[in-house]
Design a protein around this ligand. Structure first.
Ligand code: MEV
Length: 437
């Protein structure tokens, strides 16, 4: 029976691996080798990675690739993407090239405000609470002044603090609903520090508020935390062209556009399809968010919540045809940073931002949204014309060859063979067996 371990975090990396190998991986003679082969020979780089998080054993690699030829607001970008899924970067590159020849992508930031909340319980008189809040608000803002000084120099800070009555959702539940501008930083630490200071000050002020009776003075702070739902931190990405320029795969431009728009209407109407449709968008978004050292979990949570903003999960992107013009667009919430956090610490994030010409957070919002839209275009285009598997399996061929432990020579022969044949797992197996006979 396995016993709980205490003091695991105090063990060295080597000791942690020893413990793991003997406790959970005793049947795997290669476990230690597999784990340690990813250590970086540059010890300071290795240490940097270990210090990003806790109980690090080794590094987990993802491919870091590039999708060139993204024309965004008349500026040409090469977009770094960290992703393991075959065909995603190829699809993004293809869509970038396609739209580059049709005027490129247009992107616009529609808002940059972020939200944080102090959640608290108060069982007293509502009007008295409102009067107390109005009196305490200047004190709250004074209390965070030392925290906001630097952010204000950069043009950010606290935009507003409101008292929100949420007792219709939960008895005695109120919030300080706070709005922030965090400029080029994602701002999570800034927001959370301000919120905790608001909470302390609010609670302390309540204790001294004369109009409150004894129980009203005891406001219970439940928690203070930013929200990853940022419906006022929005970016719009769009492409458009005359329908006649969309002719493809034997379809006229009109037929292609009609089919594409229909596929989008299905994703708008039907949640099962919407989730997969949006997953295709996230293939592009997450890859850039990850490459630039941003928080992809925050982005995922916020975007999927936004996809449900009408009360039903739906497509993030939309398309129409009007007066002979095809338009395809998307508006999404994105809280990103280009300073602070991992962005400046991880050498690959720094390079990714340099590749993107050191964008502001707003520029990065545009680039990320465009990559998501490009990815979505590529996926829906394939789905509504050739089917997804043809292109996907071509890109997946190398994974199958690696699974079958193909030698470099076998790879060369089979890659050439599958240029003109359909790829499937069994077809590759069959061909490799033939070669090996
Ligand atoms: C696969 O990673 C993404 C797609 O399923 C997206 C879609 O169906 O639109 C191809």
């Amino acid at each position: 029976m396995i016993e709980p371990i205490s003091g695991f975090s105090k063990l060295s990396k080597q000791e942690k691996i020893e413990w793991l190998s003997s406790t959970y991986l005793s049947g795997n003679t290669k476990a230690k080798e597999i784990l340690t082969q990813y250590w970086n020979s540059n010890s300071s780089l290795q240490q940097l990675h270990e210090e990003f998080t806790e109980n690090t054993l080794t590094n987990y690699y993802l491919p870091f690739g590039l999708a060139p030829n993204f024309l965004i607001n008349d500026r040409l970008y090469a977009v770094p993407m960290a992703i393991e899924e075959s065909s995603v970067i190829a699809a993004a590159s293809k869509a970038a090239k396609f739209w580059g020849r049709r005027g490129g992508f247009k992107a616009e930031v529609l808002g940059t405000q972020k939200i944080g909340q102090v959640h608290f319980m108060y069982s007293g008189d509502r009007e008295k609470l409102q009067a107390f809040f109005s009196k305490a608000k200047p004190r709250l803002l004074e209390a965070v002044a030392p925290l906001t000084k630097n952010m204000e120099k950069r043009g950010g800070g606290v935009v507003n603090v409101e008292l929100r009555d949420k007792t219709d959702l939960l008895g005695d539940y109120y919030q300080l609903h706070c709005t922030f501008e965090t400029k080029d930083s994602m701002g999570a630490n800034f927001i959370n520090s301000c919120l905790e200071r608001f909470a302390e000050t609010f609670r302390a002020e309540a204790k001294n508020h004369e109009a409150f009776d004894a129980s009203e003075k005891e406001i219970e702070i439940v928690m203070s935390i930013l929200s990853n739902y940022v419906p006022d931190c929005i970016v719009r990405a769009e492409v458009s062209c005359p329908v006649s320029e969309l002719a493809d795969h034997g379809l006229t431009g009109e037929d292609f556009a009609a089919k594409f728009v229909r596929a989008l209407k299905i994703a708008e109407a039907e949640p099962y399809r919407a989730v997969t449709h949006n997953k295709g968008i996230m293939n592009g978004i997450d890859a850039v968010v990850l490459a630039t050292g941003n928080d992809f979990r925050a982005v995922e949570a916020g975007i999927h919540a936004y996809a449900s903003k009408e009360g039903k999960y739906s497509s993030l992107s939309h398309a129409d045809v009007r007066d002979g013009k095809f338009r395809f667009w998307m508006e999404i919430p994105l809280a990103l940073g280009t300073v602070g956090g991992l962005t400046g610490l991880h050498p690959l994030s720094r390079i990714a931002l340099e590749i993107l010409q050191n964008p502001s957070a707003e520029d990065l919002m545009k680039i990320v949204a465009v990559t998501g839209l490009a990815q979505n275009f590529a996926a829906v285009k394939s789905l509504t014309t050739t089917g997804i598997q043809q292109g996907h399996m071509k890109m997946h061929l190398m994974n199958i060859l690696n699974q079958l432990k193909a030698t470099p020579r076998e790879k060369e022969v089979l890659v050439a063979h599958f240029k003109s044949h359909n790829v499937s797992h069994s077809a590759v197996e069959e061909q490799i067996e033939k070669l090996r006979q």
